[in-house]
Design a protein around this ligand. Structure first.
Ligand SMILES: Nc1nc2c(ncn2[C@@H]2O[C@H](COP(=O)(O)OP(=O)(O)OP(=O)(O)O)[C@@H](O)[C@H]2O)c(=O)[nH]1
Ligand SMILES: [Mg+2]
Length: 231
């Protein structure tokens, strides 16, 4: 049996953006610290997970859903929006068309997530390529993307899955925002919605125990579950 991993909350996060912008590479770097020069296009949806610390000893498990950017998978990927509390919207810094499509991606995500709410982060991918060659490959300047993100009140990070620059920051900014929303009551756990779930911790006997509630609006019964594994 795997070692039990305890966490206070589970947040479900979806990655969206045009094909080849670097979504899967960003996730592989974040989850496995790996980068590959050749990466197959995602077919439908892939799943990753990682537990991150959010301060004060609190831990959050990120359930990460990597979607295919190719149009032909859109009917499959659409169904993954609804249960997401976090959205990573990615574009390629060296491909202005992928940046011009960001607004449409955000609108599509909001349309499918409503009436629930989600936090968004804008990530400009392939910063290493944009910095090489005296910056000649860069098609989207930092200031323009930052203005776009500021206007929509979402954090913005330029990242490289190759060097790792900005990768941790992209996910930690999003996680901290969602966590702050849970603590303030902006986000609530709701029946029939999997965006946020309560986590588990393990006591010395290996018994699973629901983590204590921190948010005022979250009312969950404390439970000890002896015979089931952490999900
Ligand atoms: N130099 C460099 N190449 C990258 C980076 N991120 C991705 N790539 C390359 O870009 C190509 C596409 O990357 P993917 O991560 O598969 O793109 P994707 O957004 O997941 O594409 P779909 O699954 O089709 O939606 C691959 O050849 C990657 O190696 C990066 O940060 N730097
Ligand atoms: Mg992919």
């Amino acid at each position: 049996m795997d070692d039990p991993v305890d966490f206070d909350y589970q947040f479900r996060v979806i990655l969206i953006g045009d094909s080849t912008v670097g979504k899967s590479s960003l996730l592989r770097k974040f989850v496995d610290d790996a980068f590959f020069d050749v990466s197959d296009p995602t077919v439908g949806v892939d799943f990753f997970a990682r537990v991150v610390a959010v301060g004060n000893g609190r831990r959050v498990k990120l359930q990460l859903w990597d979607t295919a950017g190719q149009e032909r998978f859109r009917s499959i990927t659409k169904s993954y929006y609804r249960n997401s509390v976090g959205v990573v919207v990615a574009y390629d810094i060296c491909n202005v068309a992928s940046f011009e499509r960001v607004d449409a991606w955000i609108k599509e995500a909001k349309r499918h997530i409503e009436p629930f709410k989600a936090s968004f982060v804008l990530v400009g991918c392939k910063r290493d390529l944009a910095e090489a060659d005296n910056g000649n490959s860069r098609e989207v300047c930092y200031e323009e993307a930052k203005r776009f993100a500021d206007f929509r009140q979402m954090p913005f990070v330029e990242a490289s899955a190759k060097t790792g620059e900005g990768v941790e920051k992209a996910f930690s900014e999003l996680t901290r925002r969602i966590y702050a929303g849970v603590e303030s009551g902006e986000y609530a756990l709701q029946d029939g919605w999997d965006g946020i779930k309560k986590g588990y911790s393990f006591n010395n006997n290996g018994l699973r125990r629901r983590s204590p509630t921190h948010a005022n609006n979250v009312h969950l019964r404390e439970a000890e579950v002896a015979d089931s594994k952490c999900c």
